[in-house]
Design a protein around this ligand. Structure first.
Ligand code: PLP
Length: 406
């Protein structure tokens, strides 16, 4: 992969921040957008802007073709069987809430169990807490090993014949753990449960086949994979989605409306109430083209190289603790002794380096790690070993600066 050529596609990277060239290490929060995506959105608004699935005029047809074309791109990208299984949502959060509020409320009651892990993002915890409260079901957690992984024995121990839903993240946004979701799906199915996979940190970085995983639901966000904010995807198996009720009601999702009841459109539109996120979906389609042109395997290999190099470099810094397993996705969460991660990130920002500091929307995991917050450097296809060197220099500065204070 030619990183220089890749970087030239991201105009935002070509700027100074606080007097130094920008080093962007916060792609797990949101990725930057290539020209191809920016231009696809621009072209839609300049040339084709119209509502979809409504008028028969030319602009309406063009907008509909682009919107539905994006759905087909998503289908191919995650290897789903049909576009009926691809629902556009606002993001991962909305996708998970849709499953909890539709499938969950219809199928769970007292005595049933929902199983998640300690490493989940709040988006994959709170909808299940709310579902447990409203149905009387019990929320259970698969425990973590000391390196931040889970074992299949623990999955087998936690998932029982009472379990109705298993919800796990594919890749941890804090630990970088890559979970064995295919094997977890098999265990869920042996017990008669369905499985939802939170793929927010997986789909941007590795080839994902929902058919191979054999998951029932899979959720991800466009903005973490070079696409725009405000668009995401819920994949669901057709047989399940067909039986599920919509959670948002109004225009676009109906077939017939009578005075006192109504009927719904077919899949996937029955889950897309109101004017959809047309420009967002078109931008996501352009992002998929961009990532596929480079190749997901190339991207994974590049990130592996960067994260391996970064791990080796960070280990040279005295008093720096990293969290998570040896084999990890392209991100490193860490703390410097005696320095609050917000201070670390402020010193880095003064050097033009953007990292995330905080609880990373994973407070239960922070509790398990026995920290209140951490700093996180997350890498993507446009990062280089030079970016890592700048990070290491910045961290040494943070240590020097705060070393004087403490
Ligand atoms: N799940 C994981 C693992 C994430 O990292 C994130 C975002 O940080 C989310 C879910 C929520 O994604 P969104 O805010 O796009 O809905």
């Amino acid at each position: 992969m030619d990183v220089k050529a890749v970087r030239s596609q991201f105009p935002i990277l070509d700027q100074n921040v606080n007097g130094s060239p920008l080093v962007y290490l916060d792609s797990a929060a949101t990725s930057q957008k290539p020209l191809q995506v920016i231009e696809a959105i621009n072209a839609y608004y300049r040339l084709d802007n119209s509502n979809v699935h409504r008028g028969v005029h030319t602009l309406g047809t063009r907008a509909t073709d682009k919107y539905e074309g994006a759905r087909e791109k998503v289908r191919g990208f995650i290897d789903a069987k049909t576009t009926e299984e691809i629902i556009f949502t606002r993001g991962t959060t909305t996708a998970i809430n849709t499953v909890a509020n539709s499938y969950g409320r219809a199928n769970l009651s007292e005595g049933d169990e929902i199983v998640i892990t300690y490493m989940e993002h709040h988006s994959n915890i709170i909808p299940w807490q709310q579902l447990a409260k409203s149905t009387g079901a019990t929320l259970k957690y698969i425990p973590l090993q000391s390196d931040g992984t889970i074992t299949l024995d623990d999955v087998r121990e936690t998932v029982t014949s009472h379990t109705k839903i298993v919800a796990v993240m594919h890749v941890s946004n804090v630990l970088g753990t890559v979970n064995p979701v295919k094997e977890i799906a098999a265990i869920a199915h042996e017990n008669g449960a369905v499985i939802l996979v939170d793929g927010a940190q997986a789909v941007p970085h590795m080839k994902v086949s929902v058919t191979d995983i054999n998951c029932d639901f899979y959720a991800f966000s466009g903005h973490k994979m070079c696409g725009p904010t405000g668009i995401g995807v819920l994949y669901g198996k057709k047989a399940l989605l067909e039986k599920m009720e919509p959670v948002e009601f109004g225009g676009e999702m109906i077939d017939f409306v009578n005075l006192y009841d109504s009927t719904w459109k077919d899949l996937p539109w029955k889950f897309e109430g109101g004017t959809p996120i047309i420009a967002g979906a078109i931008g996501l389609g352009a992002a998929i083209d961009f990532l596929e042109d480079i190749g997901l395997d190339e991207i994974t290999a590049h990130e592996n190289k960067i994260v391996t190099y970064a791990m080796a470099q960070l280990r040279t810094i005295d008093g720096l603790t990293t969290y998570g397993p040896k084999d990890r996705a392209g991100l490193i969460t860490f703390n410097l002794d005696d320095v609050h991660p917000h201070d670390t990130s402020t010193v880095l920002d003064a050097e033009g380096i953007a990292v995330r500091a905080g609880h990373h929307c994973a407070q239960p995991l922070m509790k398990w790690l026995e920290v209140t917050a951490t700093a996180r450097a997350s890498f993507y296809l446009y990062n280089t070993t030079d970016d890592v060197d700048r990070l290491v220099t910045g961290l040494n500065k943070a240590k020097e600066f705060f070393g004087d204070v403490f």
